[in-house]
Ligand binder design. Structure first.
Ligand code: ZN
Length: 282
């Protein structure tokens, strides 16, 4: 496939040619780093697991060069870290039976550089070829600058596509900073009660991150459990795992909608909620 990024690659677990693998995609996850997909897009991964009619494809935008390292990986160079992290993401794609796993291989700086249009063009190409119904990416209130940049680039890429090529849904998901703060009416709640074993397996293959002393596997499963318990107003079945997303679909339905103002609306509704509950009792 022809990407702007010279280091881009496509991994297909079941060996189909890349273009055929991509075009079957129904659910697309686009993250900044290796392992973000398994933290934030589990809804799509589970919906497509063991299905012939639904396929999850993952896209990792950066090369993972700047990731922290400890223990077994302490002496690894940036180049060695990139190799390890790609290997881990391929393992996840195999375990999770993804349609394809795309690595765009950009540096974090390139993704954050507003003047660099290459990441947007590569994302547009993947999205157009995959033609997903749903896209999961980072939420716009995440506290990791590269995560926020990826979300912004995804919105830009989708907005540049003909209307017929845009997904029906765009969700901004949780990694660095969860979305429990949003008022309940604003939350998109994904039920992640199913296949906890598979969820643990998918989070667990990222050994280079977890061995560094960051138990993303336990923390992520713990957050899913906590959300399920504390999301009291959930009006369907009782769940044992849940993750939240910010609905970003209005931003791609109306490309003229101001992104900053849109996020501010969520923050304002949260502020009003806090103010109202407190002023009621003071
Ligand atoms: Zn990340």
């Amino acid at each position: 496939m022809d990407f702007r990024s010279a280091t881009a690659q496509v991994f297909v677990p079941d060996g189909l040619p890349p273009e055929a693998a991509l075009t079957r995609t129904t659910h697309l996850g686009i993250s900044a780093h290796q392992d973000d997909l398994e933290i934030m897009a589990m809804d799509g991964i589970l919906k497509c697991f063991q299905r012939e009619d639904r396929w999850f494809t993952g896209v990792v935008v950066t090369n993972g060069a700047g990731s922290p390292r400890a223990n077994r990986y302490a002496q690894f160079t940036d180049e060695q870290m990139q190799v390890v992290r790609i290997k881990e993401q391929k393992k996840a794609a195999t375990v999770g039976e993804y349609a394809a796993q795309v690595f765009l291989g950009y540096s974090s700086a390139a993704v954050k550089d507003k003047a660099n249009h290459d990441p947007v063009e590569d994302l547009a190409r993947v999205i157009q070829m995959a033609g997903p119904d749903v896209i999961y990416t980072h939420n716009l209130a995440d506290k990791h600058p590269t995560h926020v940049a990826v979300a912004a680039r995804v919105i830009e890429a989708i907005r540049g596509l003909p209307e017929a090529d845009r997904p029906h849904q765009l969700y901004g998901c949780e990694v660095w900073r969860d979305l429990d703060w949003m008022i309940d009416q604003d939350k998109v709640a994904f039920d992640l009660s199913a296949q906890e074993n598979l969820q643990f397996a998918l989070l667990g293959v990222f050994d280079s991150q977890i061995s560094g002393g960051k138990r993303y596997d336990l923390a992520t499963m713990g957050r899913r459990r906590a959300h399920a318990t504390y999301h009291a107003s959930h009006d369907t079945d009782v769940t044992s795992g849940m993750s939240f997303a910010m609905d970003l679909t209005p931003l791609i339905q109306d490309p003229s909608k101001d992104v900053l103002a849109y996020v501010q609306e969520f923050i304002d509704r949260f502020a009003q909620d806090v103010h109202q509950r407190l002023s009621d009792v003071l």
